[in-house]
Write a protein that binds this ligand. Structure first.
Ligand SMILES: NC(=O)C1=CN([C@@H]2O[C@H](COP(=O)(O)OP(=O)(O)OC[C@H]3O[C@@H](n4cnc5c(N)ncnc54)[C@H](OP(=O)(O)O)[C@@H]3O)[C@@H](O)[C@H]2O)C=CC1
Ligand SMILES: CC(C)(CO)C(=O)C(=O)O
Length: 345
């Protein structure tokens, strides 16, 4: 690795992005700029308040730079970043697209900057490989448990474990992609507070995490029950969670990804029951935020069905999640409906 620090732009400093920025800064190998939106003012003025099982309690912690928007490197004559780490929620059905969000800091012809997607879901690299065909795109599968309980207030109650590998881009040399992934693992893990490892099995990592995210996230979001309560609820596991998870395992298999035999039981029990964990999709519904249902649920469903796998449980969950998203779109003014007819004409 070169002597000088890497210049890293983190876009989205919420629950996971704040901890990612912290890990990169404490390692001392990166200078981090974080792009913030709703929490810009409190973090810019007083820094983050962080309660973390990995880092302890930090008051007024600030990354090197805090920005209110993605910098336009061409108009501002800035050098390209070494890494751009995207840690927003990823909702392709809600504008702006993530390619256009990153665009000002990542020209379409870029070859220098490596893009790292620390986001849940499947096929999230595809829009970038189209819009930025010569950019190396890395996958970050995060197993952290973290929440932003108020703007700039982060509570991380489950350890940060991050699997990093390269999404295969046929326009780029494999060794180069892999070296970038290994370099990022060094930057991220250097502080010793996180378990960040290089992985060559990106697709396997993503399908495995979907056994949880494609099933528990929407089931908890739809029912309003956390992962402890869904286990206690009558029929919650045998009637909903297990059939959904089995469909994901079959879809993965049809796509050539063989998951461990015990993966369903493992994922059902992965959160201790009595921590009553709210998966991010449930947390988003409670906050009135958009949900990542297309990448977490829609993509594996489409892939599985196209490969001939029957997925009746996932199909219903998908349609329910889509209706919830529509409800949020209406509340946010993204869709308009005809006015209600008067009872008396
Ligand atoms: N939370 C968790 O424990 C886990 C989450 N993940 C995944 O990590 C990813 C990030 O999740 P998480 O950190 O929880 O999400 P959060 O909602 O906590 O944070 C996302 C942040 O991105 C910001 N953001 C969104 N759009 C923009 C934009 N256009 N410009 C600037 N900032 C923007 C949001 O700002 P604003 O507040 O204004 O919307 C918010 O601060 C997701 O894909 C999630 O599925 C993976 C593992 C665990
Ligand atoms: C369950 C969890 C926290 C696992 O890391 C997650 O990925 C999510 O909430 O979306």
């Amino acid at each position: 690795m070169a002597d000088s620090k890497k210049n890293v732009l983190v876009i989205g400093g919420g629950a996971v992005g704040a901890i990612a920025a912290l890990n990169l800064e404490v390692g001392g190998l990166a200078t981090v700029s974080v792009v913030l939106r709703s929490n810009f003012k409190p973090v810019n003025e007083s820094g983050y308040s962080i309660e973390s099982c990995d880092h302890g309690i930090l008051k007024n912690w600030k990354p090197s730079h805090v920005l209110p928007q993605v910098p336009d490197i061409t108009n501002q004559s800035l050098p390209p970043y070494d890494y751009i780490v995207l840690v927003t929620k990823n909702c392709p059905d809600v504008p702006p697209s993530i390619s256009s969000l990153v665009g000002p800091a990542l020209p379409a012809t870029n070859t220098h900057t490596t893009l790292v997607l620390i986001q849940n879901g499947l096929n999230i690299e595809k829009p970038f490989i189209e819009s930025h065909p010569h950019t190396t795109v890395l996958s970050g599968v995060s197993l952290i448990g973290s929440a932003e309980t108020a703007p700039g207030v982060i509570v991380q109650d489950d350890r940060d474990r991050l699997l990093v590998g390269a999404f295969r881009n046929p326009n780029i040399d494999v060794a180069l992609e892999q070296n970038k992934a290994k370099e990022f693992v060094q930057l991220y893990g250097k502080g010793g507070k996180t378990d960040c490892v290089y992985s060559e099995t990106v697709l396997h990592d993503r399908w495995r995490k979907l056994v949880y995210n494609a099933c528990l996230n929407p089931i908890c979001a739809i029912t309003g029950l956390d992962t402890g309560r869904i286990r206690l609820a009558d029929g919650g596991i045998e009637g909903l969670v297990r059939p959904a998870m089995q469909e994901i395992v079959q879809a993965a298999k049809a796509k050539g990804v063989e998951l461990a035999e015990n993966v369903v039981d493992f994922m059902i029990e992965v959160d201790p029951l009595d921590i009553y964990l709210s998966p991010s999709m449930l947390a988003d519904v409670r906050k009135g935020n958009y949900i990542e249902f297309e990448n977490l649920l829609g993509e594996p469903l489409r892939e599985g069905k196209a490969a001939g796998v029957p997925m009746p449980t996932l199909e219903v969950l998908y349609q329910l999640a889509k209706a919830i998203q529509w409800r949020t779109k209406e509340a946010q003014g993204l869709v308009q409906i005809p006015p209600k007819r008067n009872a008396v004409a």
